[in-house]
Design a protein around this ligand. Structure first.
Ligand code: G3I
Length: 408
């Protein structure tokens, strides 16, 4: 059986096992025809303002290649069900990404079916896929308030919480030591609305361990995997709103305290789940929504000696009218404006989108659009065809070579 046939015919479990042994990238050559139609369409003139026609979106024309040319790693979050079942999706990830992150497979909820055991099949399959295709890997995540298994809530106490956390980090980060580009060690620990002076979220870990759970997690991760870049990852620090400003301040203050105490933090992840805004002219201007505050935040992180990763970017289109061409153009404009802004700072070293095709966006499972139509927040449409947003992101990468953040 051809490798592509093996991928199509195999059950998910079989695939995961095969992926772990063969490195899952094995289907490269044989599945390429499956996405050829998308490529041909992608060669049509693009819709984004100022864009010109392109011949290809693969190889040297891919996001991965354009990113590397400008000092950036491009990648996406990977849906492991899709990777197992959809060969065209696997090929798309392979041809565009230089770095991948598991959308869910490395969370507690996926790795810890029971208090006693670990289940690594999906996480191992992602690592094998990435390594077989010379991609780097981000780990997401070691500590979060969400997506924890039910048994954790039921059994964690002030007495055993430190041990639970340390054992988890030692086991998971230790398993992949030396093979990870970075780990989101702590995810979303700030929630100003919870009312603490330091802005820390009232999470299970805070309640059971106290505020030094963050330091404990980073120290343990460093010992378990001294080579991975240890990252603090957060959402909601992008917007030019009062809430956005408060969150930025709380995050930077926390990072400042960590650096002062020599907590081993190397990077901050700016998730970048942004929204396209409807405007009177029908076109998107992200300038006022995402601007000076974001750049101040990135500069402050840089001054602390941290790298900055755009970790989970997508552009929700809920505020836009249904018509697809207009929606795609506005989403593309939002990507371009946001990334041209953020990439103006040299501290930004990686851009990951949260998914790559609209077919598997998490936004499809959220509240969604009022008209019930599928959202179009990513770079390829549900059929695997490059959208205006693909070209917008690629243009933003290319712009980086032409603009200096110092010259403004
Ligand atoms: O796998 C189960 C399946 O067995 C079950 O039948 C089904 C029923 O609901 O649920 C499935 O699990 C869901 C999982 O996604 C896989 O689809 C969970 O319920 C659902 O909560 C989970 O949502 C994920 C969410 O994080 C919570 O972990 C999203 O896919 C994922 O995109 C989202 O990602 C987060 C980042 O980790 C952190 N930043 C924000 C970002 C978006 O919310």
């Amino acid at each position: 059986m051809s490798e592509a046939g093996a991928l199509r015919g195999a059950s998910r479990r079989e695939f995961l096992g095969t992926a772990a042994r063969l490195g899952a990238g094995a289907a490269t050559a044989s599945v390429l025809p499956l996405i050829a139609a998308g490529r041909a369409d992608a060669a049509k003139p693009r819709r984004a303002a100022g864009a010109s026609a392109t011949e290809s979106v693969t190889g040297d024309a891919s996001l991965g290649a354009h990113g590397v040319a400008h000092g950036l790693l491009y990648g996406c979050a990977v849906n492991m069900n899709a990777l197992a079942a959809d060969a065209a999706y696997a090929a798309l990830v392979r041809e565009q990404c230089r770095i991948v992150v598991a959308e869910n497979a490395m969370k507690w909820g996926s790795l810890r079916p029971s208090a006693e055991g670990f289940r690594f099949d999906e996480a191992d399959a992602l690592v094998a896929f990435a390594e077989a295709n010379w991609m780097k890997i981000r780990g997401h995540n070691l500590v979060w308030h969400q997506s924890n298994p039910k048994w954790l809530d039921a059994t964690a106490t002030k007495e055993n919480a430190r041990e639970l956390l340390v054992t988890h980090i030692e086991t998971v980060a230790g398993r992949y030591a030396g093979r990870m580009h970075s780990w989101d060690v702590v995810n979303e620990a700030i929630r100003v609305e919870d009312g603490r002076a330091d802005g820390l979220r009232n999470s299970l870990w805070l309640r059971l361990i106290g505020e030094d759970y963050i330091e404990l997690a980073f120290q343990t991760a460093r010992e378990a995997d001294p080579q991975a870049l240890l990252t603090y990852n957060e959402y909601g620090i992008e917007e030019e709103t009062r809430a956005g400003e408060q969150k930025r301040e709380a995050v930077i203050e926390m990072l400042r305290r960590m650096v002062a105490r020599r907590v081993p933090v190397d990077a901050v992840g700016v998730q970048s789940h942004i929204a396209a805004a409807a405007t009177a002219s029908g076109s998107q201007t992200a300038d006022s929504q995402y601007a000076a505050g974001l750049m101040r935040f990135i500069a402050a992180a840089r001054e602390l000696g941290l790298q900055v990763f755009i970790t989970e970017m997508d552009v929700n289109d809920r505020a836009l009218a249904a018509e697809i061409a207009g929606r795609d153009a506005a989403v593309a404009a939002a990507y371009k404006q946001y990334l041209e802004l953020a990439l103006g700072d040299p501290a930004v070293k990686a851009v990951l989108t949260w998914g790559i095709t609209d077919r598997y966006t998490w936004l499809g499972h959220e509240e969604g659009r009022a008209d019930g139509k599928p959202e179009r927040p990513l770079l390829f449409d549900a059929a695997g065809k490059a959208k205006a947003s693909f070209y917008a992101v690629r243009d933003a990468f290319d712009q980086r070579g032409q603009k200096s953040y110092l010259s403004g």
